[in-house]
Design a protein around this ligand. Structure first.
Ligand SMILES: Cc1ncc(COP(=O)(O)O)c(C=O)c1O
Length: 370
């Protein structure tokens, strides 16, 4: 079976270095918030081009703490998308704020800025664009909107480590940005992990307090907070992974180009790379013309030893746990969820496997002369 994703392959690829980092931490006797976390925070901030980084327990809490640091709470609205991981919306709900889910652009699958403009109210406190599948959302109009309305802009970078927009790294445009290091991400650790990055010293100081009970350096709580820490083992592993991030993103881009060439001419929407953007292909997502064909294609590929996925099969606004009252209707999001398929994509995927997947897709469309 060709896997859709394979974090084990990435570990095996870097095994001697990761094992070395793990042994170093195990023998250090220091497992939470020590020199590995500090070094990773410094190195990741540098990689992004400056600012501050705060390592936290996972990407959901990175978003939650970023929102909290901006003062988001009950009575506030936060505008985001429904075509995302539930985590994005859950983090807003965790603050006690109201998520306002808007539609996406049909070509890029990222937030539709016109919709954001229409959703702004006097209660809006923040906008959370998601750089979905590895492609940054259109930040320029969002920055203008956020400035004009005096609201915070917080980037969900869980799928966009190393992606760029107009020459700058994703995660450097908003007041703060949240990263996930879930094992399957472009830069994943071997457990849970996340980080908030910001260039704002005040937000940084608040985040340091929020991740650990509002403690000062003497472990006295001067504000209230939580427990959300990146541990030393994960930080040490991430220091290894960071060194390979650009290379593995380049590999993803090459695999994507190969898919583009091989699937050209089939009745499918292939990923659109926007001008001025570096797409880091966390996912390579194709769109079928309609749902029955998509479902048939998925089964056909599975029967032919190709594992695919759907990111995401049910939009968040249609999931009972996070549905809004009155219900919202997001036609582009709903249509997209019925048509998409995420093909196998990870840096260790072989070119022959990309050819194999593409050949099976070609077979699917030609077996009954569709
Ligand atoms: C877009 C997006 N936002 C947030 C998250 C949450 O990250 P985590 O799983 O580390 O909590 C994820 C990952 O699942 C994600 O894909």
């Amino acid at each position: 079976m060709i896997k859709q994703n394979d974090p084990l392959a990435n570990y095996l690829h870097l095994k001697p270095r990761i094992d070395g980092a793990v042994t170093r931490v195990l023998s250090s006797g220091h497992y939470i918030l020590g020199q590995e976390t500090e070094a990773f925070e410094r190195e990741f901030a540098e990689y992004l081009g400056g600012g501050y980084c705060v390592g936290v327990a996972n990407g959901t809490e990175a978003l939650f703490l970023a929102l909290k640091a901006c003062g988001v709470g009950p009575g506030n609205e936060v505008i985001t998308v429904s075509h995302t991981a539930v985590a994005t919306v859950a983090s807003i709900q965790m603050c006690g704020a109201t998520p306002v889910m808007v539609d996406i652009d049909a070509k890029t699958y990222t937030i539709d800025c016109g919709q954001v403009s229409r959703a702004l109210t006097s209660r809006t406190k923040a906008i959370v664009p998601v750089h979905l599948y590895g492609q940054p959302a259109d930040m320029e109009p969002l920055i203008t909107l956020a400035e004009r309305h005096g609201v915070y802009l917080i980037e969900d970078c869980a799928q966009a480590h190393g992606a760029t927009y107009q020459g700058r790294k994703a995660g450097t445009f908003g007041h703060a940005a949240a990263f996930s290091f879930y094992p399957t991400k472009n830069m994943g650790c071997l457990g849970d992990g996340g980080a908030v990055v910001t260039r704002d010293r005040i937000l940084y100081d608040r985040l340091l307090g929020l991740r650990q009970y509002g403690w000062d350096e003497n472990r006295i709580s001067i504000t209230q907070g939580f427990n959300s820490r990146l541990d030393e083992l994960q930080a040490a592993i991430l220091r290894v992974k960071l060194k390979y991030l650009d290379k593995s993103n380049e590999r993803r881009a090459r695999l994507a180009q190969a898919y583009n060439g091989l699937l050209d001419g089939l009745p499918l929407d292939l990923p659109r790379e926007v001008l001025g953007v570096t797409h880091v292909y966390h996912q390579y997502v194709i769109g079928c013309q309609e749902e029955p064909i998509r479902d048939e294609l998925l089964s056909f590929l599975y029967e032919n030893q190709v594992q695919c996925a759907i990111h995401y099969p049910v939009p968040v606004h249609l999931q009972r746990g996070y549905a809004r009252t009155p219900p919202v209707s997001l036609p582009v999001t709903e249509q997209t969820a019925r048509r998409i398929v995420s093909l196998p994509m990870y840096p260790e995927l072989k070119m022959e496997q990309v050819e194999e997947v593409s050949n099976r897709i070609y077979d699917f469309f030609h077996r009954s002369a569709r």
